[in-house]
Design a protein around this ligand. Structure first.
Ligand SMILES: [Zn+2]
Length: 455
C-alpha cells in the first residue's frame, strides 16, 4: 500500500499537464482501484489476517506470495462488487415483477387494472376465469391483490386474498387464457357465549353484548313470528347467544355465525339452534325456517343446462364448473326470490351479465344471472316469491335463459336436488346429533350466565 501511495503524489502533481478528458478518466480509474483495494475482505477468506504484516516485514521470498495473495484479494473483491451489483439489479427486476395492492374503499377491478397499466384484454381474460366464482366483483378493504408479471411486464398470475382461509389464484395458461384455483382453508370455529339483559331496545342491548348488526338482524328474523321486538319485550328480559368465529391458525378470518340463541321474555322462552345443514330449528328440532321454492319462477321451464361442478370447457378442456341450473326462460320472464332474505349484490359482469345475489336465513345464498332488469336494490329485504327481476340474455350467453345458483355454507350446490329448507323438522337421521349439540350449547349458555352473575 505504501508503495502505491508514494507513486500517487508525483502523478497528482503532473495532473495539470494532462488533457481534461484523460484526467477525468484517470481519476475515475484511480477511484475505482482505491474502492476495490479498500473494500473489506471477506471474513471467511482462507488467507490469515496477519499475512500482510509478515510480507511487509520480510520482503524478498515472501513478496511473491504477498503479491499473489493481494491479486487473489483483488479478484475476490471484484467478484463481490459484481455480485452486489447483480443482487441490486435482480431486486429491482423482482420488485417490478411482483406487485401487491391493498383494496381501498370504492375500488373496482377495472380501475385497479388500468392504474396498474394492464390491458382491457387482460381484464376480460381474468373476468372470464372468474365467471363461475364471481369473487372479484366485491373487492373490499381488507382484501388484497398480488400481481406476478413476466419479463415484458405482462400479467402472469394474480392472487386474490379475501381472508386467511380464502384465496383465489388466477393464472395465465400456455394458451393465453386464465385459469382459476381456489385455495380454501376451512380453519376452525371457536364459540363464545354472549349474554345480556335487555334495557331499552333489544338492538341496543344486543349491540352492547357484542353482537354485530347482521347477527341482531338474524335473531329478529328467527323470532319475528313469535315476538314483536318493538312492542312485546319487557325490561329485564334476558338473552344468550352462542357465536362462532372462524380462525385459520391464530388469524381470525372475520367470518362469524350464530349457532344458538335463547331469549327469556316474561314467561316466554324462545330458542333457535343452527344445524349442520345450514338451517335453524328450535330446541325440540322444529323448523324455524320459511320454506324455499325449488324454482325461482312462477311456473316450470325446461332445464337447458344442469348443475355440473366438473364440467369441462369445450375449447380449453379445463374444468369450468357450471355452478347453477339454467332454465330456458324467454327474456322478460318474472324471476322470484326463492325465499325471504336480503339483497346483497346487484352487479353487471361482462360474462355473468346483470345478476342479483340474496343472503337468506341460516347459511343460504342464491344468485340469479343473465337478467334483463333488476327490480331490487342492494340492502333491500325481499319476501319469498317476490318479483326481483326480469330474466334476459345479458352477459356472454348463446340465448336467453335464467342461471340460478344455490349456495349452502358458501359452497354452490345443485339447486334441483339440494336439501333446501322446507320448514320441516330436523331430518330423522341427524336428530340425535342435533339434540346432543343443543344440550351442549344450553350448558355453555348456563355456565356463562352463572359466571356473569358472580362478577
Ligand atoms: Zn348457467
Amino acid at each position: 500500500m505504501s508503495s502505491n501511495g508514494s507513486q500517487l503524489n508525483p502523478r497528482l502533481l503532473r495532473l495539470s499537464l494532462i488533457p481534461a478528458l484523460h484526467r477525468r478518466a484517470m481519476l475515475l480509474l484511480m477511484l475505482l482501484t482505491l474502492i476495490i483495494l479498500l473494500w473489506p475482505a471477506p471474513r471467511s477468506s482462507s488467507a490469515p489476517v496477519a499475512a500482510p504484516v509478515t510480507a511487509l516485514a520480510i520482503p524478498g521470498l515472501l513478496a511473491d506470495g504477498w503479491r499473489d495473495w493481494q491479486l487473489a484479494q483483488l479478484a475476490a473483491n471484484w467478484q463481490r462488487v459484481q455480485q452486489a451489483v447483480s443482487a441490486v439489479h435482480s431486486a429491482i427486476v423482482a420488485d417490478a415483477r411482483l406487485r401487491h395492492y391493498a383494496i381501498e374503499p370504492g375500488d373496482s377491478l377495472s380501475r385497479i387494472f388500468s392504474r396498474q397499466g394492464f390491458s382491457q384484454q387482460q381484464l376480460q381474460q381474468v373476468l372470464a376465469a372468474d365467471q363461475s366464482l364471481l369473487a372479484l366483483d366485491v373487492l373490499r378493504p381488507g382484501h388484497s391483490l398480488t400481481f406476478t408479471l413476466d419479463d415484458k411486464l405482462q400479467l402472469q398470475a394474480m392472487e386474490l386474498y379475501v381472508h386467511a382461509g380464502n384465496r383465489v389464484l388466477y393464472r395465465r395458461e400456455a394458451d393465453g387464457e386464465f385459469s382459476y384455483q381456489e385455495l380454501l382453508d376451512p380453519g376452525e370455529w371457536h364459540s363464545t357465549t354472549l349474554a345480556g339483559t335487555i334495557s331499552g331496545s333489544f338492538y341496543q342491548s344486543a349491540q352492547q353484548a357484542g353482537l354485530t348488526d347482521a347477527e341482531i338482524a338474524t335473531v329478529h328474523q328467527l323470532f319475528r313470528d313469535k315476538l314483536n321486538f318493538s312492542r312485546d319485550i319487557q325490561a329485564g328480559a334476558r338473552f344468550q347467544v352462542v357465536r362462532s368465529d372462524n380462525y385459520v391458525g391464530s388469524t381470525a378470518t372475520g367470518q362469524s355465525r350464530i349457532e344458538g340463541v335463547r331469549l327469556f321474555n316474561r314467561r316466554q322462552q324462545l330458542n333457535a339452534f343452527l344445524h349442520d345443514n345450514g338451517q335453524f330449528y328450535d330446541a325440540s328440532g322444529e323448523s324455524l325456517e320459511r320454506a324455499f321454492m325449488r324454482l325461482p319462477l312462477s311456473r316450470t321451464f325446461r332445464v337447458s343446462d344442469d348443475f355440473n361442478p366438473r364440467r369441462l370447457h369445450p375449447v380449453t378442456g379445463r374444468v369450468r364448473p357450471h355452478n347453477g341450473t339454467d332454465f330456458a326462460t324467454p327474456t322478460g320472464t318474472a324471476v322470484l326470490a326463492a325465499a325471504e332474505g336480503k339483497v346483497i349484490r346487484v352487479e353487471n359482469h361482462p360474462f355473468a351479465g346483470r345478476y342479483i345475489e340474496i343472503q337468506h336465513h341460516g347459511q343460504f345464498k342464491t344468485r340469479y344471472l343473465h337478467l334483463q332488469r333488476a327490480l331490487v336494490r342492494p340492502g333491500q329485504r325481499v319476501e319469498r316469491g317476490q318479483r326481483i327481476a326480469l330474466s334476459g340474455a345479458s352477459g356472454r350467453v348463446t340465448g336467453a335463459h335464467l342461471h340460478y345458483e344455490l349456495h349452502v355454507n358458501n359452497r354452490p350446490v345443485n339447486p334441483m336436488t339440494a336439501n333446501i329448507p322446507l320448514a320441516e323438522p330436523v331430518p330423522d337421521d341427524s336428530r340425535d346429533a342435533f339434540l346432543q349439540r343443543v344440550a351442549f350449547m344450553i350448558e355453555q349458555m348456563e355456565q356463562e350466565t352463572a359466571l356473569a352473575q358472580l362478577f
